[in-house]
Design a protein. Structure first.
Length: 174
């Protein structure tokens, strides 16, 4: 599942803790973990993006990420704090989910994906950048409950809003 959600370019990496979206005892955290300390503008950036249940109750999530605006978005900030924009646009509309596309996460359980995308999809020149991801479920509560017949358990739906990951520092060389 290659999607330039990988606005996460490279380098000297600094991992902080992810921000949590809370709803009672239901909490979801999104974390980024880089694959290397430096990336070349001519190569790919490789990151792991992880959704973890940090709440007290089991949490149902869809395995699919849904890359693009209003779903899973990779943000890249330059050294002055301005968002970097390139010609690349992640815009994946996942197929309708099947019952097997859902997974229960107990406290501490996680599900993730690995991104391996061209650095030029996220930055246009070498330099120091800050990268983070915002995740919003692409499924509404009503669709998941009525059409998918998911169990009556806490479900991370679109209505719960966006969750922002930790920010990592990356360095991109030419």
């Amino acid at each position: 599942m290659k999607l330039a959600i990988l606005t996460l370019i490279a380098g000297v990496i600094s991992i902080g803790s992810g921000l949590k979206a809370n709803s009672g005892d239901t909490k979801l955290t999104v974390r980024l973990r880089p694959d290397g300390a430096s990336y070349s503008l001519r190569g790919n950036i490789r990151l792991e993006i992880i959704r973890e249940n940090t709440g007290a109750s089991p949490l149902l999530v869809c395995r699919q990420w849904g890359w693009g605006v209003g779903r899973t978005e990779v943000h890249v900030l330059d050294s002055t704090g301005n968002e970097v924009h390139t010609d690349f646009m992640a815009d994946e509309l996942p197929p309708p989910p099947q019952p097997y596309d859902f997974v229960f996460l107990d406290r501490g359980d996680f599900v993730g994906t690995r991104l391996d995308e061209p650095a030029k999809d996220f930055v246009t020149k070498s330099g120091d950048y800050e990268v983070f991801v915002t995740y919003t479920s692409y499924l509404s509560e009503s669709y998941a409950r009525e059409a998918m017949k998911i169990p009556d358990k806490p479900f991370w739906s679109r209505e719960r809003g966006a969750v922002e990951s930790n920010r990592i520092k990356v360095h991109v060389t030419s």
